[in-house]
Design a binder for this molecule. Structure first.
Ligand code: FAD
Length: 502
């Protein structure tokens, strides 16, 4: 093999880049990460899924850091959506793959969350270089073999590597080195205008940390409780509202809130933050796209550099960290000499696209406001082709990020020591709230009714029992003739090759 400065150069220190860099460094490889900003830096995308928090974050060894950060616990979502006049809820605990200790996620301040992941990458031996902006890919023959970048003093530098991972988000340009086209969605042509409020109301009891999404005539609003007092509020509007937003973003956001009853009520005693990082009203557009190719020899795209759909079910960080995990496995397998490049990156791209496609299909149907919420649950079961699951179970499994069923994302067994605390917490929350009456309608907490809780507790017990039955065999391939993750989740294994030969 030729001499290189690093085995891998990762471009971008968001969730995708930090995840991939850490999981490759964990296998002992030499990794550099170039990040054009100095952290902490602002980013939107604050609502996480359980598969990220309990799957990828556990693999990254940041579980304790996440707990110590004191992020708002998110047990599910609340929606004023579809034909029902009243809001409806879901709980991650209703998914058989997520119930028990892994049935919650966090609402995070991205400055803190992304910094935790970046510092963790450095702790695992990644050479993290902030204020270092990648300029272009270096090629040797038909292969990407490195990156040119500017260092903090503005000097042009170059690093060679066996692999470059582009995790530079939606603004990066490196993705062009893969040679594909970025296809913008014909369906999701929305814009988002967002800001922050102090003193907004909270949903009652266990729903307190839920993301609330509320539709109104011109679009929908997210309401994400980031702490007891701080709330992230954003309006997602059709592109035909671009002129209004351009003319006055603050006015557009406040008018949208005014037209959305439930959010208007929740913010009736709140004030908009007008200073500091959270004081700005920001706008994002053209964010729904997928690249036609996710890899080429020597380079792969992960996170927003590869694809993003829509904010409604908080899938961005999930897709970014899942993509980071899949790419890390692929790189680790080639560098270890386990499997050929073509084979592992085909697995990477196929799994990544499958996850993207299922969310895309489901979210497209979710934007149909003319149906009852039961139709959304039914649709989730249809797109996931989930066997043996009810509609609600399929829905919560999908929106919890557990549709792939990958052990690395839903491995509750490793968390059994926390079982007692989590189930007691949930039981306590239920006892305090009861089957629910709220200012916004009875249905807001109806899913916490005792029969459902009984089923959830039963599932928690099953998971706990499974936890003491010892190591499991390899997972089944997700794709025909495909690869499977190694037991530690960090490499690929060919299930057709007996263990002694591989
Ligand atoms: P990023 O987080 O964007 O990180 C990329 C990094 O690369 C940045 O730090 C950047 O500085 C760096 N970089 C860029 N160019 C270069 C360069 N040339 N050289 C070096 N470094 C570079 N997702 C959720 O999960 N939950 C949500 O609630 C949610 N809400 C959203 C709301 C809106 C309106 C939008 C548009 C998106 C939302 N998302 C949400 C999606 C989420 O923001 C992204 O999917 C996620 O941040 C992607 O992570 P990433 O690591 O790929 O990219």
């Amino acid at each position: 093999m030729p001499q290189t400065d690093f085995d891998v150069v990762v471009v971008g220190g968001g969730p995708a880049g930090s995840t991939a860099a850490t999981l490759i460094a964990k296998e002992g490889h030499r990794v550099a990460l170039l990040e054009k900003e100095r952290f902490p830096r602002y980013q939107i995308g604050e609502s996480l899924l359980p598969a990220t928090v309990h799957g990828v974050c556990r693999l990254l060894d940041v579980t304790e850091d996440m707990e110590a950060a004191g992020f708002q616990v998110k047990r599910g979502g609340s929606f004023r959506w579809g034909t029902s006049p009243e809001p409806w809820n879901f709980l991650f605990a209703l998914s058989p793959k997520l119930s028990g200790p892994t049935s919650y996620a966090y609402q995070v301040d991205r400055m803190t969350f992304d910094h935790i992941l970046l510092k963790n990458a450095a702790r695992h031996g990644v050479d993290v270089r902030e204020e270092s902006a990648a300029l272009e890919a270096v090629r040797t023959g038909g292969r990407v073999t490195g990156v040119r970048y500017t260092d903090p003093d503005g000097h042009h530098r170059e690093l060679s590597a066996f692999y470059v991972l582009d995790a530079s988000g939606n603004t990066g340009r490196l993705h062009r080195a893969v040679g594909g086209i970025r296809h913008y969605s014909d369906f999701f042509k929305n814009l988002a205008v967002f800001g922050y409020f102090e003193g907004g109301k909270r949903l009652p009891g266990p729903d307190r940390g839920n993301i609330l999404c509320a539709a109104f005539d011109e679009g929908w609003i997210w309401y994400i409780p980031l702490s007891d007092t701080l709330t992230s509020v954003g309006a997602v509007l059709n592109r035909d509202q671009a002129g209004r937003i351009q003319a006055d973003r603050e006015k557009t956001l406040l008018e949208s809130i005014e037209r959305c009853d439930i959010v208007r009520d929740y913010l009736s005693e709140a004030t908009r933050v007008t200073e500091g990082t959270y004081g700005e009203i920001r706008v994002r557009k053209d964010y729904s796209y997928a690249n036609s190719a996710f890899w080429a020899p020597g380079i792969a795209l992960i996170g927003d550099a590869a694809c993003f759909i829509d904010p409604v079910f908080s899938t961005g960080v999930h897709l970014a960290t899942y993509g980071g995990l899949l790419a890390a496995r692929s790189v680790n397998s080639v560098l270890a000499g386990d499997l050929p490049e073509e084979r592992v990156f085909t697995e990477f791209e196929s799994r990544y696209r499958r996850e993207y496609a299922v969310f895309y299909e489901f979210l497209s149907a979710f934007y149909d406001m003319q149906v009852h919420e039961d139709s959304y649950f039914w649709k989730a079961r249809k797109v996931t082709r989930a066997e043996g699951l009810g509609d609600m179970e399929a829905f919560t499994t999908l929106v919890g990020g557990a549709f792939s069923g990958e052990k690395a994302l839903v491995d509750a067994e490793t968390m059994t020591s926390k079982f007692a605390t989590s189930s007691a917490e949930l039981a306590d929350a239920v006892a305090r709230t009861g089957p629910a009456r709220t200012e916004t309608g009875e249905r807001m907490s109806a899913l916490f009714g005792p029969p459902v809780v009984g089923e959830v507790m039963e599932e928690m017990n099953r998971i706990q029992r499974r936890g003491v039955t010892g190591p499991e065999t390899l997972e089944a391939p997700l794709l025909d003739g495909g690869l499977v993750p190694s037991p530690d989740g960090l490499r690929w294994v060919d299930p057709a090759v007996p263990a002694a030969e591989s």
